[in-house]
Design a protein around this ligand. Structure first.
Ligand code: AMP
Length: 212
């Protein structure tokens, strides 16, 4: 299955992406994780992306489209993939369609802004592998450490109140219209993402037609 996960920042795309990745045996490709890795390594892309991310703005379409295209051309994507955080603009969705990559379903996780703002303040991420956690709803087994790789859990620099507001505004203005783009193509399904993690996981499975 070639799947796109959509939803506002903090909707649970990373967490549900991981769950689906294990269940379906395909990789999650998160543009946010790719960009944060590029910043850490201070690559050319990382240097361009840093200020945009810290301001809660979108990285320019041409930069992001080229790194996603390159990643999707790798052999492991032939069996399927889960895109987390891409496309985020209509231009990116069009570029994906034009690249000839077939998308089977686009899942939109639906969460209201007030829930997002509360959630993002308790969100943590592994500094090594990028795995997502939440100190209230998705705790690691050992406090402050990643279950998968033992890396330190950190709070993202862009999870601060001002940047969160920018990111939500941008989501509504630039990313939400993509839902219509995919609905017109018969690919959009939605799942309620405001419930407990286990319930959201069930909603996601049901929306994708998987056994709940
Ligand atoms: P995320 O981890 O998905 O919340 O992404 C973190 C930040 O990376 C976003 O706020 C953007 O600045 C940038 N970013 C990630 N994916 C994209 C994308 N598809 N287009 C533009 N910017 C992106």
């Amino acid at each position: 299955m070639n799947l796109v996960l959509m939803g506002p920042p903090g909707a649970g795309k990373g967490t549900q992406g991981e769950i689906l990745s294990k269940r379906l045996g395909i990789d999650t490709i998160s543009t946010g994780v790719m960009l944060r890795t590029a910043i850490k390594e201070q690559t050319e892309v990382g240097k361009i992306a840093e200020q945009y991310i810290n301001d809660g703005k979108l990285v320019p379409d041409d930069v992001i489209v080229s790194i996603v295209k390159e990643r999707l051309s790798k052999p492991d994507c032939a069996n399927g993939f889960i895109l987390d955080g891409f496309p985020r603009t209509t231009a990116q969705a069009e570029a994906l369609t034009e690249s000839g990559v077939k998308i089977d379903k686009v899942l939109s996780l639906e969460v209201e802004d007030d829930v997002i703002i509360e959630r993002l303040s308790s969100r943590r991420e592994c500094s090594k592998c990028g795995a997502p956690y939440n100190v209230i709803s998705n705790k690691p087994k050992t406090e402050g450490k990643c279950d998968k790789c033992g890396g330190d859990l950190i709070q993202r620099a862009d999870d601060n109140p001002e940047t969160i507001k920018n990111r939500l505004d941008i989501y509504h203005e630039q990313t939400e219209p993509i839902k219509e783009y995919y609905e017109e193509r018969g690919l959009l399904v939605t799942a309620q993402g405001e419930d407990k993690l286990e319930d959201t996981t069930k909603n996601v499975a049901a929306a994708l037609g998987l056994e709940v």
